[in-house]
Design a protein around this ligand. Structure first.
Ligand code: ATP
Length: 281
């Protein structure tokens, strides 16, 4: 039986500006997305018919609500290929965390079926299919460092911001993406995304870290002050900057020095189960 293993990476938002709500309910954003090395492992096995989804994590949905299911169903409809699939998801990326774990699994499924079914679709074509499933899927196919506009589907690669030390801390609170968006003031001041792009292009880690910003952070911190506490702990332990990723609740900090990141990890691990030392890719 043919088997394929694909690594499915998470992302953080180095910047996230919410511009306005469109008539179709989606929000126009301007964001800098960055792939990180925190990853799930997906094992695909060809089947004659039907889909079976299994995971080491009980919270991963096994039904049609899983983005891997949506990806499989959509590719079948588009290509007319009538085959099944067995997908095992080894979950390491925290769920509903602002790290695009589900979107990344959906993207990995499009890529896996492209290979298993010998579809020969380009990344561009997979990204166009993916955006219909989830706004973060095109970036999860593209990877690296990118400016994302529109609802996240208009992507422009910027020079790599790879190999930076980042610390993630995911507190045990649930914030729905819809709720997070509803709290943002669309008339608030625009973020200076161009400045952060200039910092990235000049390879200046400190400049990036000090200018990172997320429009959702202030209203979410009002409701969940623990997010501010995590940011403060990171800064106190040497982070050059720390913000919430996406719609949260995960906070990430950028560190220059490995000793500091280890110190911060130790400190946060006293209070939180999900703390990860990572690198940007
Ligand atoms: P994003 O940053 O794209 O908003 P997220 O990191 O906040 O995503 P996900 O981990 O993608 O959030 O999970 C959001 C919801 O999607 C969860 O409530 C979960 O039930 C559902 N979901 C669907 N497919 C998956 C999947 N493969 N892995 C995890 N969650 C999934």
């Amino acid at each position: 039986m043919e088997e394929l293993i694909i690594e499915s990476y998470g992302k953080v938002n180095l910047a996230l500006d919410i511009l306005y709500k469109r008539d179709d309910g989606y929000h126009e954003i301007s964001s800098i997305m960055q792939r990180i090395n925190l990853k799930d492992k997906l094992i695909f096995k060809d089947r004659k018919e039907g889909i079976i989804i299994e995971s080491n994590d009980q919270r991963v949905p096994r039904d049609f609500t899983n983005l891997v299911h949506k990806a499989w169903k959509t590719l079948r409809e588009i290509t007319g290929i009538n085959r099944g699939i067995h997908i095992y998801i080894e979950k390491n990326i925290p769920i509903a965390a602002g790290l695009a774990g589900g979107s990344s699994n959906g993207a990995a499924t499009l890529q896996a079926l492209n290979t298993l079914w010998d579809l020969r679709l380009s990344d561009r074509e997979l990204m166009d299919i993916g955006v219909g499933l989830g706004a973060d899927i095109p970036f999860c196919i593209m990877g690296g460092t990118a400016l994302a506009q529109g609802i996240g589907e208009r992507l422009k690669g910027i020079s790599p911001f790879s190999n930076r030390h980042i610390l993630l801390c995911n507190p045990d609170i649930e914030i729905s993406t819809k709720y997070a968006y509803s709290k943002v003031d669309p008339n608030g001041k625009r973020l200076n995304i161009e400045k952060i792009i200039r910092c990235i292009e000049s390879g200046d880690t400190r400049c990036v870290a000090e200018n990172m910003e997320n429009k959702m952070e202030i209203p979410i911190i009002k409701e969940y002050p623990i997010i501010q506490d995590i940011k403060d702990t990171m800064i106190k332990n040497g982070a050059l900057g720390a913000i919430m990723s996406g719609s949260g609740p995960t906070v990430f900090g950028i560190f220059q020095c490995e000793d500091d990141i280890i110190k911060a990890e130790r400190e946060l691990s006293k209070q939180f189960k999900r703390v990860y030392i990572c690198k940007t890719l």
